[in-house]
Design a protein around this ligand. Structure first.
Ligand SMILES: [Fe+2]
Length: 366
């Protein structure tokens, strides 16, 4: 089978000259020789059928260019073809808001939408257009995931395994591995990867920045690559698979409040301080249960997500002097500010209370 883009050209010779002389297409076939009205032309990965008598409307072509004089301009050829000149990566540019927002996302009232490959998506951010993406994603059951080798041009991307498990494979990071509940990966920019299988009703939390990023298919690379290069730099970042089973926990003693434990993931440093991920849990006496007030890793952070992983607590917001109960699956977010979280404390928490914290940008640590 052969598929050609049908381009009508009532003014045939002018249209032919436009594609050949101006756009650099090659004439593959033309007929009839004495008075042409049909031609096949190829160029830039596209084959067109230029047809004098086609009963069809004019087409538009997007030309990706680095010529600053052309970007943003439109040209109409003599046959009606519109040429829209765009910059690389400018296909989708959604505006983003700089408004400071503090919001709760209640798991009980979550809105789920069906995405690619029957994955269910829940937006953890309040309605609006933010420069961050934070999603709760589910794949029901167990089995193969219809994914392929792909990559993203985001600046920062982490995935935390909330429930279930998945078999993942990453470029130059060895054999496929089992991504289990409690594990977290840092996906550096442009690293090729693929989700192979999911198990036991997989649920993950994904945070990506900026909003305007794209996903690309890699048709050439097979995974695994047979290489294990954990220190390989991808745009200044390196891959992290932080496993729950071997995570390092540090106890922070806090005057006037409960001590708490911080599970470090190493993502802050590995991402070049583009963002950080920590797991927080109270370590105070289960009898006294003083308020647990997590200190923010960076109190000037532009984005903070607290996702309640397990347990229950009463969350007291200092600035509003309001209290609400939180459960596993609830999300607390502060966008374009961290003020709403400074002084926010958890009280009457259950013994298994655990919080995932994702912050951008992270504080630069020594
Ligand atoms: Fe991906």
């Amino acid at each position: 089978m052969k598929v050609l883009l049908l381009v009508p050209s009532p003014a045939f010779s002018e249209g032919l000259a436009f594609f050949h002389d101006e756009l650099g297409f090659t004439i593959e076939k033309i007929s009839p020789a004495e008075n042409p009205s049909l031609a096949e032309l190829s160029g830039h990965g596209l084959t067109i059928c230029l047809d004098k008598n086609a009963d069809a409307g004019p087409v538009s072509l997007r030309v990706v260019t680095e010529d600053m004089n052309l970007i943003g301009t439109t040209k109409v050829g003599p046959n009606g073809t519109r040429i829209i000149f765009s910059a690389k990566g400018s296909d989708v540019k959604l505006p983003t808001s700089k408004e400071a927002v503090f919001a709760f996302g209640d798991a009980g009232h979550a809105q789920w939408t069906t995405g690619r490959a029957d994955m269910l998506y829940r937006d953890l951010l309040p309605a609006g257009s933010w420069d961050y993406v934070a999603s709760h994603i589910k794949i029901a059951g167990s089995g193969k995931v219809p994914d392929w080798v792909h990559y993203h041009d985001a600046d920062f991307q982490i995935i935390y395994c909330y429930k279930g498990a998945a078999k993942l494979v990453y470029e130059d990071q060895g054999d496929p591995f089992m991504f289990s509940a409690g594990d977290c990966v840092l996906q550096p920019p442009l690293i090729r990867h693929r989700v192979l299988e999911s198990y036991d009703d997989l649920e993950v939390i994904e945070v990506v920045a900026p909003l305007n990023h794209s996903t690309f298919t890699d048709h050439m690379m097979g995974l695994p690559t047979g290489k294990l290069e954990p220190e390989r730099s991808f745009s200044g970042q390196h891959f992290i698979w932080n496993q729950s089973a071997t995570r390092r926990w540090d106890t922070v003693n806090k005057l006037g409040g409960a001590s708490f434990q911080v599970g470090e993931t190493g993502i802050s440093q590995a991402s070049g301080y583009q963002g950080g991920v920590r797991i927080l849990r109270p370590a105070g006496s289960p009898v006294t249960k003083e308020p647990f007030t997590p200190f923010l890793k960076d109190p000037r952070a532009n984005f903070t997500l607290w996702f309640i992983l397990t347990g229950t607590a009463d969350c007291h917001e200092q600035s509003e002097d309001s209290t609400r109960s939180v459960n596993g699956g609830d999300a607390i977010v502060s966008i374009n500010s961290s003020l709403g979280l400074v002084g926010t404390s958890f009280q009457n928490y259950s013994d298994d209370f655990t919080v995932l914290e994702v912050q951008l940008p992270a504080e630069v640590m020594e």
